[in-house]
Design a protein around this ligand. Structure first.
Ligand SMILES: *[C@@H]1O[C@H](CO)[C@@H](O)[C@H](O)[C@H]1NC(C)=O
Length: 436
C-alpha cells in the first residue's frame, strides 16, 4: 500500500486512505489542524466536513483516483464545502425550476478536486444528515456528480483542432421509487468557457433535453453533450469539446461545467499552443572562401514558430582546424521578430565567421535552434565551407571550364553538321521513290 499512503500524504496531510471494496476510507486517524500537509503542496481545506469513507455508485471517482495514483506520484488535491445552489447563468435556469432546493439534496456537501499530469477530476460528495447520529466513528459520503478530463493540459499545434476531453458521471443522491420517475437520465447543462488574462469568455452552452434559449457557440466550437442511454442510473455522459484550427489568442484556462439541478461540477484545463520553427540557412549548401578571408555572412532563417519566447540560436563549427564539434567564433546577432497573421513569428539569425585558413576546407557551419516546441536537441541547418584553391574548381577554374565546354559544344555541332551533309544514304531516301 505504498502508493496509497502516498496519496494520503498528498491529499490529506497525515490522514489515511484505504480501499475497502467500492468504498475508500479517507482519514480515520488524526484530523484537524494538527494534520501537517507535505511541503510544496497546497494545504487541504481543513474546514471541510470530515469524511472517513465514501461510496461511489457511478464508479468514476474511484476509477479516476486509481488512474491518478498509477500515473502520477504527486497529484494535487483540494477539499472544500459545497452548497447546492441554482445555476447562476440565465440559460441554465430551466434546470432548477423548483423554488427551493429539493429535499433529496439535504445533507452536508463536500467538493473534492484532484489533478495530476494525465487526469483532473472534481467530485461532489454528499453526507446524508439523517443517517449519522453523533458521535460518529465512520462518516460515510456518496459521490453524486463527478466531472473529469483526461486532457488537463492540452498542447495544441498552431492551426490544428483541439479536442478537450470531458466525461461526467451522476448517481442520484437518493434512489427515488422507480414509479415516480420517468426512465432515463436527467436533463443537464454543459458549459465551456475560457479565462485568459482576467477575462472570461463563454464559448459554448448546451442544455440537451430542455427547450430554451442558449447563447450561440463562439469560435466554431462544438461539443458532444450526451448521456449514455441507460434507463436507470447511475449515468455517465460525454461533454468533449472541439475547437477548430486553434490560434494563439485561444490559449488559456478552459473551464468545463456540468450543471444539474442545484449541482455544478467543474474541471479546469490549461490549453497551450505551440508551433516548431522551420530552419534554413543561406547561402547553402556551399560557401566559398579564400584563405585569410571570411566566408560570406550566413543567415539562418527561423520561421513560423510559437510562442515567441524562449528561442535560442547557436552557431556551431564541425571539422576545421580542431576536429569535432565546437561553438563557432564570429560575430552574431538576431533580427527583430516578424509577426505573421496566423499568430506565429519569424526571425533571422546572422553570423559572420572569422577568416578561414586552409584547414577550414570541408568544415561545416551550422545554426542550431532550440525552442520548447522542438525536441531537446533542437533543429539545425548547415553549410560546408570550400576553401578556394584546395579542391574543386576555383572561380577561374570555373570560367575556364565554362569556356572549354562552350568550345567543345561548338566543335560537336560543326562536326555533326559535316557528318549530316556527307551522309549519302539520307539523300537517296529523300529523292528516290520506294521500290517494290
Ligand atoms: C466522447 O465523444 C467523443 C466524440 O465522439 C469520443 O471521441 C470520446 O471517446 C467520447 N468519450 C468517452 C469517454 O466515451
Amino acid at each position: 500500500m505504498k502508493l496509497l499512503s502516498l496519496l494520503v500524504a498528498v491529499a490529506l496531510g497525515e490522514r489515511t486512505l484505504r480501499p475497502r471494496g467500492r468504498n475508500w476510507v479517507l482519514g480515520v486517524g488524526e484530523q484537524g489542524p494538527a494534520a501537517r500537509p507535505p511541503a510544496r503542496l497546497p494545504a487541504p481545506t481543513l474546514s471541510a466536513p470530515a469524511v472517513s469513507a465514501f461510496a461511489d455508485p457511478a464508479g468514476a471517482l474511484l476509477a479516476g483516483l486509481r488512474r491518478l495514483l498509477r500515473g502520477d506520484p504527486t497529484p494535487r488535491c483540494e477539499m472544500s464545502r459545497f452548497v447546492p445552489l441554482p445555476a447562476p447563468a440565465s440559460w441554465a435556469r430551466s434546470l432548477s425550476p423548483e423554488a427551493s432546493c429539493p429535499r433529496a439534496l439535504d445533507g452536508e456537501w463536500l467538493m473534492v478536486s484532484v489533478s495530476g499530469r494525465d487526469l483532473s477530476l472534481s467530485s461532489l460528495l454528499r453526507k446524508p444528515a439523517e443517517l449519522q447520529p453523533e458521535p460518529v466513528l465512520i462518516t460515510m459520503a456518496t459521490a453524486v456528480l463527478t466531472v473529469l478530463t483526461h486532457t488537463p493540459a492540452p498542447r495544441i499545434r498552431l492551426g490544428q483542432d483541439a479536442v478537450l476531453d470531458l466525461s461526467f458521471a451522476y448517481a442520484p443522491p437518493t434512489p427515488e421509487p422507480a414509479a415516480s420517475l420517468a426512465p432515463g437520465p436527467p436533463p443537464f447543462g454543459l458549459e465551456w468557457r475560457r479565462q485568459h488574462l482576467g477575462k472570461g469568455h463563454l464559448l459554448l452552452a448546451a442544455t440537451p433535453g430542455l427547450h430554451g434559449q442558449v447563447p450561440a457557440a463562439q469560435e466554431g466550437a462544438v461539443a458532444f453533450a450526451t448521456w449514455d442511454d441507460e434507463p436507470w442510473g447511475p449515468w455517465t455522459g460525454n461533454g468533449t469539446f472541439w475547437l477548430p484550427a486553434v490560434r494563439p489568442f485561444q490559449e488559456g484556462t478552459y473551464l468545463a461545467t456540468v450543471h444539474l439541478p442545484y449541482l455544478q461540477g467543474q474541471v479546469a484545463l490549461q490549453l497551450t499552443v505551440h508551433k516548431p520553427p522551420d530552419v534554413s540557412l543561406t547561402p547553402a549548401p556551399l560557401v566559398w572562401a579564400t584563405p585569410g578571408e571570411a566566408p560570406p555572412e550566413l543567415l539562418c532563417l527561423v520561421s513560423h514558430f510559437y510562442p515567441p519566447e524562449g528561442l535560442e540560436v547557436e552557431w556551431e563549427l564541425q571539422g576545421g582546424p580542431e576536429d569535432g564539434f565546437q561553438k563557432a567564433t564570429g560575430e552574431k546577432w538576431l533580427s527583430a521578430l516578424h509577426h505573421h497573421s496566423d499568430g506565429s513569428v519569424s526571425l533571422s539569425a546572422h553570423f559572420r565567421a572569422a577568416p578561414v585558413t586552409t584547414k577550414h576546407h570541408g568544415a561545416r557551419y551550422a545554426c542550431r535552434v532550440r525552442h520548447q516546441s522542438l525536441p531537446t536537441s533542437g533543429r539545425r541547418a548547415s553549410v560546408t565551407v570550400e576553401v578556394a584553391g584546395l579542391s574543386g574548381p576555383s572561380l577561374e577554374d570555373g570560367v575556364g571550364l565554362f569556356l572549354s565546354a562552350f568550345l567543345l559544344l561548338g566543335l560537336i555541332r560543326v562536326l555533326s553538321g559535316l557528318v549530316t551533309d556527307c551522309d549519302p544514304q539520307e539523300k537517296v531516301t529523300a529523292s528516290t521513290p520506294p521500290t517494290f
